[in-house]
Write a protein that binds this ligand. Sequence first.
Ligand SMILES: Nc1ncnc2c1ncn2[C@@H]1O[C@H](COP(=O)(O)OP(=O)(O)OP(=O)(O)O)[C@@H](O)[C@H]1O
Ligand SMILES: [Mg+2]
Length: 478
Amino acid sequence: MSQILVVDDDAAIRTVIAQSLRRAGHGVTLAASLAEADAALSRAVPDVLVTDVMLPDGDGLDNLRHLRASHPALPVIILSAQNTLSTAVRATEAGAYDYLPKPFDLDALTSAVDSALARADPSPAERLGQDEGALPLLGRSPAMQAVYRVIARVVSNDLTVLVSGESGTGKELVARAIHDLGPRRAAPFVAINMAAIPRDLIEAELFGHERGAFTGAAARTAGRFEQAAGGTLFLDEIGDMPLDAQTRLLRVLQSGEFTSVGGARPIRADVRIVAATNRDLTSRISSGQFREDLFYRLNVVPIELPPLRDRGSDISLLARHFLDGAAAQGLSHRRLDDGALALLEAHSWPGNVRELENLMRRLAVLARDEVIDAGAIRTMLDVAFEAPGEDAGIGPAIRALINRIAGERPGALDDGTLYARVIDEVERPLIEAMLARHGRNQLRAARALGINRNTLRKRLDSLGIGTTRVLDGNADAG
Ligand SMILES: Nc1ncnc2c1ncn2[C@@H]1O[C@H](COP(=O)(O)OP(=O)(O)OP(=O)(O)O)[C@@H](O)[C@H]1O
Ligand SMILES: [Mg+2]
């Protein structure tokens, strides 16, 4: 049953309209003012809005402009007693679907409502049920279906969503899907990554700053809240937000208003918030790094994305999708044989869907044959994830480290950065382990590491590792 919101300050008109729309089989919600209409809209977005122009707390046509930004797909039918041409023109300019001068014929109203419904966009549930190829999110595993059900519940309202899940599980994709399927989709989707912005710039980035607010603030700059007006603001890696910025964000979420850095004028925060984290926020709360009250504000609707290893049945679908995507970009078309698929399904995917996507892209570029078998996959996985040093007793640790680093941002990590990060994180514990094993004898430790002692000394210096030397009776040991 379609839902119609009727806004008119005249109780008699409301009653008559409600009766005739209900008789025509529609659900009807009534509002007597703009404020009541806003409240009704924030509870549930109707399929059609029917509104009078002169309302006790404002002008229905002025309000329509604002509605067009926040609910671009909502058809609006304007009723007006000032049936002048200028009202009709204003109604059309403001983006009204139809305009009915008062007094109007009830049949004309029901047929205007019916035609608005007929051209209205498919409902969010219908859009989610569309052809799979058109959807951004793939996967039919029970775990993903549970995710789709929650998304379908939130797309048409403004409830705050907190998406959690390991790196590469699709958190940003979910945030975009919520935006793209909802009534704010014509307005901007703006993302800000708390981990990527210097801590003392976060507030200015979020709320903007006035000219001269701090050194280097040469001009007034709009923050992400303002850039996203009417749309969705994606607060990525929210767990990395500094505490003072958390306090400020909480106040904004509570009051619905913000002021820019150095500014005094409050600005209405007209954004839908989706936040994401790959950290365990509850442990950050207990260690005092995350505000509990902010957590509850954000976690109105939690969406937890499953790691890829728990969605085994999605792996072949996703792998094929990424190989097809590579082919569509002009790379050779590749297929996976059963052995290859079995290997993929057994892999632990520390980098989740992103890791699978990168692996498929590498295979599309580098595999020798059209049909990819388990051997080809193993070689690729080895190149990326196999680590040396098993005999040093730290093989699994290094392997886990490389997996973690490679899984974090494989798309953004070029080989040089990966190498530097691994060396950085591996060298110190490796040298420490060898020194400890050889009683801090540098010569033996160097031999065990397969490097000469001068090289080891240089590394010790640059890593700042303490160099209490132990003589081993060998002349070389000084
Ligand atoms: N269900 C899915 N269907 C298709 N592609 C997906 C799916 N989930 C993730 N991807 C793809 O995997 C990659 C990683 O997704 P995304 O950036 O959304 O992950 P994330 O959870 O935000 O990761 P991070 O924590 O590292 O920021 C993207 O290229 C995305 O398109
Ligand atoms: Mg992300």
